[in-house]
Design a protein around this ligand. Sequence first.
Ligand SMILES: *Cc1c(COP(=O)(O)O)cnc(C)c1O
Length: 495
Amino acid sequence: MALSYQSTRGGQQGVSASQAILQGLALDGGLFMPTEIPKLEVSLDQLAAMTYQETAYEVMRLFLTDYTEEELKSCIARAYDSKFDTEEIAPLVKAGGIYYLELFHGKTIAFKDMALSILPHLMTTAAKKNHVDKEIVILTATSGDTGKAAMAGFADVPGTRIIVFYPKNGVSPVQELQMRTQKGDNTSVVAIRGNFDDAQSGVKKLFGDEEFNRLLNEKGFQFSSANSINIGRLVPQIVYYVYAYAKLLENREIAEGETINVAVPTGNFGNILAAYLAKQMGIPIGKLICASNDNKVLYDFFTTGTYDRNREFILTNSPSMDILISSNLERLIYLSAGCDAAVNARLMEELSVSGKYTVTPQMREKMKDFWGGYADWEADAGEIRSVFEDTGYLMDTHTGVASAVCRRYAAETGDQAKMVVASTASPYKFSRSVMEALKGRQEEADEFRLIDEMSALSGIPIPQAVEEIRSAPIRHSRECGRDEMKAEVADILGI
Ligand SMILES: *Cc1c(COP(=O)(O)O)cnc(C)c1O
C-alpha cells in the first residue's frame, strides 16, 4: 500500500516519500509525517535471524513505498558496506548491566553516519524518479556531527552540492578539524558567529524565503536538507532499534515479547523519535528515556508540559546536544494532538512568537512513554569514569549523559526492564572532555597527545577517521555572522 506524507502544519498533503526526501522541509515550515505509522510485517523471531541490511529493507520498505525493491536494496547495499568498521554495523556491547548500542562505527564516528550513509543514495534515487533537472543544494546546520557525516555522504556526488553551517566555538576540536579538512569540490563549510539554534533557524529561514528560492531555481538549483527534519534521516534511524531488539532476542538476552527500555542522549529529538516509531511499529519498548545535558529544555517539557526556550544557551562538553529548539519534537506534538495539524501549527506559532507553549493534559497523557532526565557535567564525567573503572568500557560524553540518566531512572522508578543506551559517538571524537572525565581535571595537552594517551589507556584502536585528520590540510575557512547566511550561500553558489 502506498503511504503518503503530509506537513505537520497542514499546508502540504499527498506527498510521496521520494518527494518528501527531496524537499526536506514542508513549504509551510512544517515537517513531513506519514499518514500512518506502518506495523512490521515479519515476526520478532524472523527479525532475529536477519542481518542489518535485511532489517533495514524490512523497515524502510514500509515507509518509502514509492521506491522499488531494487532501488531500495541498492541504496541499502551501497550505504551499509565496508565504510563501517564492523560487519554488524551497529553492535550491542554489555557493560555494567546496560546494553550500549554502538552507533558510531561509520565513516565519521558518530551516530549521524547511520542515516547519512544512505541519505545521499535515497536522494539521488528520488531525483531520478522525480525527473529533477536542477542541482540539489543540501543546506545543513550542524551541532558538530551532522555536518561531517553529511559531507562524507555527499562529497563529489554528481548533481549535488552541500553547504554546512556550524557554530564557531560550539563544537569539539576533532569535530571542527573533521569538517574543515573535508575534501570534495561540491562541499562548503561556514563557521557562524552564533550557536546551533542560530544556524538551524537561519537554514529554515532560507528554505522559506520564496524570492531566494525563485532566484535559485532560475539559476538551476534547488534546496534540500540533510538535517533530521528530513524524513530520509528519520526512517533509517528506526532500523537500529528494531535490529537491537532482534539481536537481544537472538542472543537470548531477552525472551520473545519482553519489554525493554531505551535511553537516548537527545538534542534535536530525531534519534529518540526514531525509537518511538520503532515502538509504534511493534517493537516491545517500554519507556523512552530522553536524556539532556544542562540545556534541559526537554527535561522541563516532559516534567511540566511547557516548552520554554527562553533561557541561557549553555556550551557543554556534549556539544552535539547543545540545542534549545528541538526540531523533531514537533513531530511528537503533532502525533500527540491526534495528527491535528491546526493544533500543532498554533503551538509552533506560539513558539516562534513567545518562545514557549504548553500542551494539554490529554496530549501529555499521549506522551507518557517518555521520561525526561538530565545530567550535568559532574554526573556525566562521574558516569564515564565509574563505568570505565568498573568494566573497562569507555564511552563518549553524550553517551555518558544517557547512561547516567538511565541509571537515575532505574533508581527512581524501580523499573527493572533491560536497558539499551544509544551510544552516539566514539570517545575519540570528544577526547579532551573524555580524558578530563577520566582524570578529574582539566587537560592542557595538545589534542592528538590526548588521543594517543586515550588509546594507550583504553586499548581501543584509534579510528581511521581520527588518523585521517592528524595531518590533513585545512580546506575551509569561511566565517559569517548569523544574519549573513543568505549572502554566504549566494556567494558560494555564485548567484
Ligand atoms: C546529534 C547527536 C546527538 C543528538 O541527537 P538528536 O537526534 O539530535 O537528538 C547526540 N549525540 C551525538 C554524538 C550526536 O551527534
